[in-house]
Design a protein around this ligand. Structure first.
Ligand code: ATP
Length: 980
């Protein structure tokens, strides 16, 4: 049955949550196999140059080396390599299997992913190791035999099912080896970052022999051609995936499903065109093979640097092979690489390169976690109800048949009765058929809709990459122009550089290609969907006609009951499908929304850049600026500084990551420890009494808090860096209708992001902080009054500035902690709550910085707010002692300088996983004229501690984006490298 092959942990249809155990770092295991010298090599007079020494060492001699040449000894190319295990020509197939792969089997059965791949030059013995011969079966068969044995052992305690798929990547296209007629298949990344092969045949199997037959059949479909180096050279990469699903019904009616995936990959051989003497088609194949292997090599290089840290940028997107092996190399998989070489002197170069790559791969680390899928009670319940109903229907049906049989024996039915019964049965069968048909169509529609959204998400991701590059290019161009103007260098001097820098990175070109492909795919999906919808509408019409017809045909109460139950079962199945569809849709839409926001963010940056450039032109040209424009400009600068949009984006990131996790709707009570902590904090500052936890906010270092005064045209700092916080839990009690009206992100944002807090009114803020419930009306008003917070705040600041002679500035401070002894957050009033120095501390007082407290904070990231209006201190006035103390105790300040000319630099995340999209690093510089008009400390975006980007020596902030996917954050979304 065709289905989707996934390489990452992905959700089954309708499964609401994939629970993953604590991930563990695991080193990639690298084994080396040296095959015996072949007859051809012997005929050629080749000598053995690869020698196994001990169990783990291999020495590769340089055949070109003259042992007599003592002068060259220090430049010897003889090399020694150490691997996890080394096999020579004496090793049997079983030896290789036992030492490399056997240990993975148990893990796969209990829900871990594993990958074994054979790597090496053409003719070095990869296929021999993986597939083997009839008499000497390779890793495929031995693994599967053990897998089935292991499953057999646990059959009593769990239901296991095994399915497999087998594909090849030939010339960068994917073919299903079990169903070659399906044509070229698409490789897609879903919103969770899992790679999927759309439409691949997944076959359920019950024993290893059956799989072996399928494999042999599939292998006949594999592209194999004789080459100069190998008579049966595999010209494609073959991937056998075996999925083991283990179901066990746990307590609380939660069904636990463990999904373990095992990939066994026989790569095509790397080769040198000169060596293989390939021409034409063979040469093209070779180029493709080498391209994908080169991409694999690049990934291995990138992953092996820094000990396989995920911080390193790894471009998996360069080839289908690396995209498919993404998890095996850098993600969730226990991975074994079996490198192959020939011992022959004629293979020296190939062997040397293979050994180098394999040796490097030893440094790769993967993160292994068990894939646990909790099928929640709700869906399980539906399934139970449906099967109960089905049982009841069967029971009633048999009862009717029995009764009717008896009746027939006693009183032969009249012709009329018999006819109507037959007619009724016919209609009933038609109705059931129509229901089934409808259900199938609904399911297909759900799948199509999901595919459609995924395509949109993919497209958005690529468009972001392209837009990033376009902006980067423009920025570089502007920068060069400025530099050359300043240095008064002749324009021609940069001509070469211009050319060099505008070369589009491969990733961007790839993104363009993919966008076209995805758009075509979207059109195809839309057409399919429209057709299906039409068919569904017809089926519905047909069914409703039948439904109308039925009551007239019903002749007994029992039959009526059967029909009623039939309809009920159908309704429930439909509801079930819809529930699953909604779940899927919600998750995907969240992901898509992220992209839309990122796109707007990019656009905003572009506008800012444009405004800045125009302003510089005005300034440079000495054009008189009307007062209204100057005022607007001033307001605009302060708006940027206040960073209200950034906070909004941050909050969005927080909320969407939380929604994606499904934590927002977590209605289960918190664990005891957390419950008491929640009680302690008891921040009922959300409309419906939710307990809202944000991770601790980061206080920027003082060095980042730079005054711009007297610094003309100064680079004032970085911002616009957002990352999803590590965790956010919102435990909701179901909101009432009224409460729902206030349950909007806007409301939350309004409340949380109000720069001064005064928009809410001091008493309101204090009341909320004190955990007092607010009426729906009050919330509504609040939402309205805070509609345009940034504008209101800026206007007020402007007024305050006027009042106090300019220099007004506002700031928001996030206090990291609440006091351990506080039961509820209180509005804390400063020692001098005069109107000119109002300050609302929405935090519990008495915070301490003890280690215990910090540890608790780590467990329970929390957020409290302190709002300070510095404008009201006057620009030069000292902050009150309370504020000073808070600032000093943290030793950090929130606000970096106000930005101006924005600049994007592809930032390679240093602490997010591959799947996470990255936010462009943005830096702004305001011209001195603008900046001097609003003196005072500048402001930084508020970044949670764990999500801040790094700050480089130049004070630039590197920070990744909010995730696009939960998934992800999914690999993709990589931003182009800045051309060197
Ligand atoms: N360990 C071994 N013992 C005996 N024969 C071997 C061994 N390894 C490989 N051979 C033989 O060497 C030849 C080439 O092996 P194989 O086809 O497996 O290479 P390959 O690496 O898969 O090549 P390609 O990449 O071109 O497909 C085959 O005839 C195979 O039987």
């Amino acid at each position: 049955m065709p289905s989707g092959l996934t390489t990452g942990p992905s959700l089954g249809r309708g499964s609401p949550a994939m629970r993953e155990m604590e991930p563990k770092d695991q080193q990639l295991m690298v084994a080396l196999r040296i095959r015996p010298l072949s007859d051809t090599e012997l005929e050629e007079g080749a000598t053995v140059i690869a020698h196994k020494v001990g169990d783990q060492m291999v020495v590769l001699m340089d055949p070109g080396e003259d042992p007599e040449d003592t002068l060259r000894t220090h430049r010897s190319r003889e090399k020694t390599f150490i691997f996890d295990t080394v096999f020579d020509q004496h090793a049997s197939q079983e030896d290789v299997y036992r030492a490399t792969t056997q240990h993975l089997v148990e893990g796969v059965v209990s829900g871990y992913n594993a990958t074994v791949f054979a790597y090496g030059p053409s003719g070095a013995g990869k296929t021999y190791t993986m597939l083997g011969m009839d008499a000497e079966p390779g890793i495929y068969l031995q693994t599967l035999a053990d897998l089935f044995r292991a499953i057999e052992e646990i059959r009593d305690s769990a239901d296991c099912s095994v399915s497999m798929s087998y594909l090849e990547i030939y010339n960068e296209v994917i073919r299903d080896l079990l169903n070659p007629s399906s044509g070229f298949l698409d490789l897609r990344e879903d919103s969770r970052g899992s790679i999927q092969i759309a439409g691949i045949m997944e076959v359920s199997t019950s024993n290893a022999q059956e799989i072996m037959q399928l494999l042999t059949k599939g292998n006949r479909q594999r592209t194999q051609e004789p080459t100069a180096t190998n008579k049966t050279s595999s010209r494609s990469h073959a991937v056998l995936q075996v999925t083991v699903r283990q179901r066990s019904r746990g307590p609380d009616l939660v069904e636990e499903v463990r999904v373990g995936k095992l990939f066994m990959v026989d790569l095509a051989g790397s080769e040198r065109a000169s060596q293989t003497q390939n021409r034409g088609k063979r040469m093209k194949e070779g180029a493709h093979i080498n391209r994908s292997l080169l991409a694999l090599g690049n990934c291995i290089n990138a992953l092996s640097e820094k000990g396989g840290s995920r911080a390193q940028y790894v471009n998996f997107r360069d080839s289908k092979l690396t995209r498919l092996l993404k998890d095996a190399l850098g993600g969730n998989s226990r991975t074994v690489m079996i490198a192959h070489i020939s011992p022959a002197s004629t293979y020296f170069e190939e062997s040397r390169t293979t050994l180098l790559y394999a040796y490097r791969a030893k440094n790769i680390k993967t993160r292994v976690k068990r894939n646990l899928l909790n099928v929640s009670y709700r869906i399980a319940q539906y399934t139970d109800v449906i099967s109960d109903l089905r049982r009841e229907i069967e029971h009633l049906k048999s009862k009717i048949e029995k009764q009717e049989g008896e009746k027939r024996v006693m009183i032969p039915p009249s012709d009329g009765e018999e006819d109507s019964r037959l007619q009724m049965n016919k209609i009933r069968a038609q109705l059931i058929g129509a229901f089934k048909e409808q259900l199938e169509m609904r399911r297909s529609l759900v799948e199509l809709e999901n595919t459609n959204i995924e395509l949109h998400v993919d497209t958005s991701r690529h468009l972001l990459t392209i837009a990033d590059w376009e902006r980067e290019k423009t920025h570089q161009h502007a920068h060069r122009e400025r530099t050359s103007e300043r240095d008064e260098e002749p324009a021609e001097a940069d001509a070469d550089g211009d050319e060099g820098e505008s070369v589009e990175p491969h990733e961007v070109a790839l993104a363009r290609e993919e966008v076209n492909m995805l758009l075509a795919e979207q059109r195809k999906t839309a057409a399919l969907k429209a057709g299906l919808e039409q068919r569904l509408a017809n089926a519905k019409k047909k069914a409703s006609q039948l439904e109308k017809l039925l009551p007239t045909q019903v002749i007994s109460e029992d039959q009526r009951e059967v029909l009623r139950l039939l309809c009920r079962a159908h309704e429930l199945e439909v509801e079930n499908t819809e529930l699953q569809a909604n779940n899927l849709c919600r998750r995907n839409l969240m992901c898509q929304k992220d992209f839309v926001i990122q796109r707007y963010h990019q656009h905003r940056l572009l506008c800012e850049q444009l405004i800045q450039d125009q302003w510089q032109l005005i300034q440079g040209g000495g054009i008189a600026v009307p007062e209204s424009l100057a005022r607007r400009r001033c307001l605009y600068s302060r708006e940027l500084g206040a960073g209200s949009l950034n906070r909004l984006l941050l909050l969005h990131a927080v909320m969407s990551s939380s929604l994606r996790d499904g934590s927002v709707l977590n209605t289960s009570p918190p664990p005891p420890e957390e419950a008491s902590r929640d009680q302690l904090d008891d921040r009922k500052d959300l409309p419906w009494g939710a307990q809202f936890e944000l991770p601790p906010m980061l206080l920027e270092t003082d060095s980042g808090y730079r005054s711009s005064q007297g610094t003309p045209s100064k680079t004032l700092g970085k911002q616009d860096s957002l990352l999803p916080p590590p965790s956010l839990r919102i435990l909701l009690t179901p909101p009432s209708h009224e409460q729902l009206s206030s349950l909007s992100v806007k409301n939350l944002v309004s409340k949380l992001c109000s720069p001064t807090g005064r928009d809410l009114g001091a008493s309101q803020v204090a009341a909320e902080a004190g955990g007092l419930a607010l009426s729906a009306q009050a919330l509504k008003e609040m939402a309205v009054s805070t509609k345009s917070i940034a504008l209101i705040a800026a206007t007020r600041r402007s007024k305050a500035q006027d009042r106090e002679g300019g220099g007004g500035r506002s700031s928001i401070r996030l206090l990291e902690e609440v006091a351990p002894d506080s039961r509820a957050p209180k509005a804390s009033v400063t020692p001098d709550p005069s109107p000119a120095d109002r300050r609302w501390l929405l935090a519990s007082p008495g915070r301490d910085c003890s280690t215990e407290r910090k540890a608790r904070r780590k467990r329970s990231p929390s957020l409290t707010w302190s709002v300070q209006t510095a404008a009201e201190h006057g620009a030069e006035s000292q902050p009150s002692p309370a504020v000073l103390q808070l600032t000093k105790s943290s030793g950090k300040s929130f606000f970096p300088p106000v930005p101006a000319a924005s600049k994007i630099k592809p930032s390679l995340s240093s602490h997010t996983d591959e799947k996470m999209l990255q936010m462009p690093e943005v830096s702004f510089t305001f011209p001195s004229a603008t900046w001097q008009s609003s003196p005072g400390p500048s402001r930084a975006p508020l970044l949670p501690r764990d999500i801040r980007g790094s700050t480089d020596s130049g004070g630039r902030h590197h920070s990744p984006l909010p995730p696009s996917t939960p998934r992800k954050p999914r690999g993709s979304g990589k931003r182009p490298r800045r051309p060197q």
